[in-house]
Design a protein around this ligand. Structure first.
Ligand SMILES: Cc1cc2nc3c(=O)[nH]c(=O)nc-3n(C[C@H](O)[C@H](O)[C@H](O)COP(=O)(O)OP(=O)(O)OC[C@H]3O[C@@H](n4cnc5c(N)ncnc54)[C@H](O)[C@@H]3O)c2cc1C
Ligand code: FES
Length: 285
């Protein structure tokens, strides 16, 4: 019996076969990360849940898993934030508007937004973790009346590495979200908060623990300390979600590359409840 009773949310023919899609815009976010706006050939929505990912492929080069960083409520296109890391992502960074990529998915198990409806939401994101969770942030802001209080804490290593700076300015001005940012290493221009992301918890009002859903997305080292803060505020473990990145190849439960204990992260995740993750101790190290 699987450790986690769940199946992939993905249904459809392009599980194995990439669909051609056009890059309609490329925005440079930082020295190493670009934001790609993409439209499937023939149009139509991707049909994803926030937190799901796609496999992006280039003919003759390869493919890699990338989180969908735009909300399913934005129907015309979807967006991917891609860090230059190795061969495939380096080639993607050479592409421009008008170029074609292959898209498999949406894949994996994302955030079940109906479980968040009517609840207060606390999102804590660190580094590139803001990319998968931006889809959910946009969703909450687009469907604002379905949610209670919305708190968003985002930490980056330095101001230059802060992603989605246009969004950051908008979120700061938006009364619909209680938004705070911090950097570990400020530069001369930085006038904001300095310190690791857990230091932003002092900016939060008193939370109603049983009405609050907490979502944590970031590197493992951040995850451990943020969980302590969240549980310290008496938020039950069943109300805590996180998104886990493992090395992946196929993305559809066939190759075993993503396996942690007896769980295929590509099928059962990347979004897990904290209680499930505790069972996957190997995965969080
Ligand atoms: C579910 C999921 C969602 C992801 N979402 C994003 C995203 O939104 N944006 C983004 O930029 N990247 C994301 N990644 C990571 C991305 O898939 C890798 O950076 C990419 O596969 C690297 O491929 P490459 O051929 O360019 O580099 P490779 O030559 O394959 O690798 C380059 C370097 O990156 C390391 N690496 C490769 N994959 C991973 C990984 N999963 N975790 C940590 N290190 C890795 C390799 O060990 C190597 O050191 C995600 C990964 C997963 C599994
Ligand atoms: S990536 Fe192949 S089984 Fe998960």
């Amino acid at each position: 019996m699987p450790l986690i009773e769940r199946t992939s949310m993905y249904r459809g023919d392009s599980l194995y076969e990439p669909r051609p899609a056009e890059i309609t815009a490329v925005e440079k976010l930082t020295a190493d990360e670009n934001l790609y706006t993409i439209r499937l050939d023939g149009g139509g929505p991707l049909g994803h849940d926030p937190g799901q990912f796609v496999q992006v492929s280039l003919v003759g080069i390869g493919e890699c898993p990338i989180s969908i960083c735009s909300s399913p409520t934005r129907l015309e296109h979807f967006q991917l934030c891609i860090r230059r890391a190795g061969e495939v992502t380096e080639h993607i960074h050479r592409l421009d508007a008008g170029d074609t990529v292959g898209i498999r998915g949406p894949l994996g198990h994302g955030f079940q937004v109906h479980e968040l409806h009517g609840k207060d939401v606390l999102i804590v994101a660190g580094g590139l973790g803001i990319a998968p969770v931006r889809s959910l942030i946009q969703y909450i802001l687009d469907e604002r009346s379905r949610f209670g209080a919305f708190h968003l804490l985002y930490g980056a290593r330095s101001p230059a590495e802060m992603l989605f700076q246009t969004d950051v300015i908008r979120w700061r001005e938006n009364k619909d979200v209680n938004f705070h940012t911090t950097v570990d290493r400020p530069d001369e221009q930085w006038r904001g908060h300095t310190g690791v992301v857990t230091t932003l918890f002092q900016e939060l009002p008193k939370l109603d623990p049983h009405e609050t859903m907490a979502i944590i997305v970031g590197p493992p080292v951040m995850f451990k300390f943020v969980v302590l803060e969240v549980l310290g505020r008496r938020i039950p473990q069943k109300n805590v979600y996180c998104s886990l990145e493992r090395r992946m190849k196929c993305g559809v439960g066939k190759c075993g590359h993503c396996q942690a204990n007896n769980v295929y992260v590509c099928l059962e995740g990347p979004v897990f409840r904290y209680g499930e993750l505790k069972a996957l101790r190997e995965a969080i190290g």
